[in-house]
Design a protein around this ligand. Structure first.
Ligand code: CA
Length: 221
């Protein structure tokens, strides 16, 4: 999963970005409204955390612009303003959830998790598919046999993206865009290496290769 975090507070922004990285989300940080708007237009984010009070362009204007362009990426609004009018304005502009500052990072993480599940049409709680259960608290996976395996950061991000998109044909480019953030060294051929590692850990038939097209997760019948 790849997130856009829009937060101009020089302390909170980088701190949240690190916390989101640790929680297994590739996260780009934007500190200005116009930049944020352009990034949201161009990059295929899975979710956006958006502060309302921003230099350049307000979060509300940015969100309104995205929705007018039919950008349906889920958005969680983050702001110091906790008046009910601001919440109503935020939801009217197309926000999916709202969190007032100050907040605990833990609460933001569970809200992100809940919104991502809801948007993927999955039940909240543990992410499970095809006999696998992903444990997001320690970034491990439990097999049908009960064996628990730990995953590296990239393996975890890749498997979570697959588990939230079962049965879909996903190209190498798509996988790269959703697993890595902008400032990382992305090479779509590396995805192949990680897919092979997941196959070695979880079983060869879990991820099907469609030559020249991409991969499909969870086609075991
Ligand atoms: Ca702000």
């Amino acid at each position: 999963m790849r997130l856009l975090l829009v937060e101009d507070d020089p302390g909170l922004g980088p701190r949240l970005q690190s916390a989101l990285n640790r929680a297994g989300y590739a996260t780009d940080l934007s500190i200005e409204g116009n930049d944020a708007e352009a990034m949201g237009d161009i990059e295929p984010y899975d979710l956006i955390v958006l502060d309302l009070g921003l230099p350049g362009r307000s979060g509300l204007e940015v969100l309104t612009h995205w929705r007018q362009r039919d950008n349906r990426t889920p958005v969680i609004i983050l702001t110091a303003r906790d008046g009910w009018q601001d919440k109503v304005e935020g939801f009217k502009a197309g926000a999916d959830d709202y969190l007032a500052k100050p907040f605990q990072t833990e609460e933001l993480l569970v809200r992100i998790n809940a919104v991502l599940r809801r948007c993927a049409g999955l039940n909240p709680g543990d992410l499970s598919y095809a006999g696998l259960m992903l444990d997001e608290s320690d970034q491990s996976v439990r097999l049908e046999s009960g064996t628990k395996l730990s995953l590296t950061g990239t393996e975890f991000r890749l498997l979570r993206f697959f588990m939230l998109n079962p049965g879909k044909l996903l190209s190498k480019t798509t996988l790269t865009e959703h697993v890595y953030q902008l400032d990382s060294d992305k090479d779509s051929n590396v995805i192949e290496v990680y897919i092979n590692r997941l196959r070695q850990k979880l079983g060869q038939d879990l991820i099907e290769t469609r030559r020249g097209q991409g991969y499909i997760f969870g086609q075991r019948d």
